[in-house]
Ligand binder design. Structure first.
Ligand code: HEC
Length: 139
């Protein structure tokens, strides 16, 4: 085998490895995201809307990336136990209560990955482990 051929073989294998690693990560994201879309349709859409637009002064939109990022570790608790009290979303105040949801940690991870990567948001994958960790520390 010529050196040139061996060299291009090495480049080829390294490229393959890099591609495999990336698609592992994006595969995980895609799995969480697509399952999350279904959880959203069944458990959230009635209130928050198809496009996460919310409902007038009653239900906040889900497009406030700054709020989501700031409260990222508390979000699983909000979803599981509900949320009440005044909050400010996109400069408007909301004070109706969100009821508790009977969802498993993996479903919470899926729906939060969906929400935080839809409606103009672009955050990370929220995986099951980080949801478990958050749920152990709910206030
Ligand atoms: C019965 C209506 C209702 C349902 C169903 C509901 N929510 Fe909410 N949600 C609310 C209300 C009302 C608030 C504001 C609570 C407050 O003011 O303290 C809220 C707040 C939130 C917030 C924080 C504020 C914001 O706009 O980012 C998030 C995130 C959220 N909901 C996500 C979800 C997800 C995900 C689901 C489905 C698992 C869901 N909600 C289901 C009514 C609902």
């Amino acid at each position: 085998m010529s050196w040139k051929l061996a060299g291009s073989l090495v480049v080829f294998v390294v490229t393959l490895l890099i591609a495999a690693c990336q698609s592992d990560e994006s595969l995980e994201f895609k799995r969480y995201y697509s399952s999350g879309a279904l959880v959203y349709q069944q458990h959230c859409q009635n209130c928050h809307g198809v496009n996460g637009e919310g409902l007038s002064a009653l239900i906040p939109p889900l497009s406030d990336s700054t709020y989501l990022r700031k409260n990222i570790t508390a979000l699983p608790c909000y979803i599981k136990n509900g949320l009440k009290g005044q909050i400010t979303i996109k400069g408007k105040t909301f004070e109706d209560a969100m009821p508790a949801n009977d969802l498993s940690p993996v479903e919470i991870a899926q729906v939060l990955t969906y929400v935080s990567n839809s409606f103009g948001n672009k955050l990370n994958t929220i995986d099951e482990q980080s949801v478990q960790k958050s749920l152990a520390n709910c206030k």
